[in-house]
Design a protein around this ligand. Structure first.
Ligand code: PGA
Length: 249
């Protein structure tokens, strides 16, 4: 069954104490309106934030994982290590990882498989940059990212993946995709998944929107038939904004 998910991506924000405080407030306010709430914290917060979670609707996630299983990779954190904290989700292929840390489709694909092998749900990010949209190739760009990142997974593994469409031009810019732009791309993604894995798998895939999503526009975005929630950056750093988005469903 397709799930409604609102995931907060804290990025490189919050000291440990600040993160625990934010998680506690969200835990207190989290209700049970059928929305899965995921807190994707920095690695160092994972264990402590796990210990603040008491609500069934609240889950823990990381923002990245290593492309290798273990060994001499200074500074890296493996999927198994993430899972051992109690985290159940991991963001993979975020545009900031692709752009600043040069993660290509093959690396992202490896990470997806390691996440799945370690019982983490990958939140697989895709999305075009402004120039790609302006030159009209945005559908092709996103289709290719999904093919290369996900389409060699067996159907039973693909069924565990969450997709996040995040137009790069909308991330942290205050410019949100219009509700129509989001629906159009989400629908294209679902159709592409249907071509590969069939209609039922496509219907069951949660596709989140990310990019300057806030309480004031979340309701309109989430009202689209193919938008199943959001991946939230800036607005996930304040409990009232984040819960405003969760409650926009
Ligand atoms: P934003 O970030 O909500 O701050 O635009 C979204 C994201 O990068 O996941």
């Amino acid at each position: 069954m397709r799930k409604k998910i609102v995931a907060g991506n804290w990025k490189m924000n919050k000291t440990l104490a600040e993160g625990i405080e934010l998680a506690k407030t969200i835990n207190r306010q989290a209700g049970d309106n059928g929305v899965i709430i995921v807190l994707c914290t920095p690695f160092i917060h994972l264990t402590e934030v796990r210990n603040t979670i008491t609500k069934d609707s609240l889950y823990l996630g990381a923002q990245n994982c290593a492309a290798e299983t273990s060994g001499a990779y200074t500074g890296e954190v493996s999927a198994a290590m993430i899972r051992s904290t109690g985290a159940e989700y991991v963001i993979i292929g975020h545009s900031e990882r692709r752009i600043y840390y040069h993660e290509d489709d093959a690396t992202v694909n490896k990470k997806v498989k390691l996440a799945l092998a370690n019982e983490l749900t990958p939140i697989f990010c895709c999305g075009e940059v402004l120039q790609e949209r302006q030159s009209g190739i945005h559908f092709d760009v996103v289709r290719k990212q999904i093919e290369k990142g996900l389409f060699d997974l067996p159907a039973e593994d693909f069924a565990k993946v969450v997709i996040a469409y995040e137009p790069v031009w909308a991330i942290g810019t205050g410019v949100t995709a219009t509700s129509q732009q989001a629906q159009e791309m989400h629908n294209l993604i679902r159709e592409h998944v249907a071509e590969k894995y069939g209609n039922q798998a496509a219907n069951n895939t949660s596709i989140l929107y990310g990019g300057s999503c806030k309480p004031s526009n979340a309701g309109e975005l989430f009202a689209n038939p193919d938008v199943d929630g959001g991946l939230i950056g800036g607005a996930s750093l304040t409990a009232s904004d984040f819960m405003g988005i969760v409650n926009a469903f």
